[in-house]
Unconditional design. Sequence first.
Length: 287
Amino acid sequence: MVAEIIQGMEIAQQKRSELKEKVGKLKAEGITPGLAVILVGNNPASRSYVKGKEKGCEEVGIYSELIELPETITEEQLLQEINRLNSDDTIHGILVQLPLPKHINEDAVIESISPEKDVDGFHPISVGKMMTGQDTFLPCTPHGIIELVKAKNIDIAGKHVVVIGRSNIVGKPVGQLFLNEDATVTYCHSKTQNLKEISKLADILVVAVGRAKFVTADYVSEGTVVIDVGVNRLETGKLCGDVDFDEVQNIASYITPVPKGVGPMTITMLLHNTVLSAERKQMICTK
């Protein structure tokens, strides 16, 4: 068996075409979706992500505003900037690029963003609504993973999903989203005993541990759907995931590549949330 590669780039492009149409309709109603991205400091990886977001906005017609702030900015000054954007009617989504400098409390920053503009889906109110299955902004990478699986018409209900990783950004929320789709979910992490044995029980395996080629063939059963969230740079400069692609693709039924797998969907779901926020604003305005 050789796995079918889930081409995240292609699926993302299709979704972006749909978003471009929605943006066109909103603009005809006098609303241009707006996304504000706050970048504190000059982290090269963060700057690269922000460039991708700006490019995505331009592609679908979203107004993009980049606010670059020095690493020395105080927490109070950053919160004031967020408060200004909360009150700005031309901005429908606010994203603060993480990580932040150590002197700034990330939780306080996330909680200061209006839940109506929380297009990252990180606000405790958004997380609480996700947990209870209510309509809310879903976190972008986990939502993108669900969309990739659905795009391939892979059944989720009743399937056993194993998530390796428990971060607040990917591991925990992606498990919850699969649970909301009626899957049975097992979370694994660095303290899990018998990890290989549990991993081999998965119908769908999601790997988000941040360790290059961590999951090898002996973690995977034949026919498993493997979703690789990791992005690691090898000494050669080449990018690879948390899954040993060359080994696992001969066992899995479907597998995401790195790059061009989950990554393109993350920014696409951010664009989706921004357009959704603008549509909600339009509904309020037309009532």
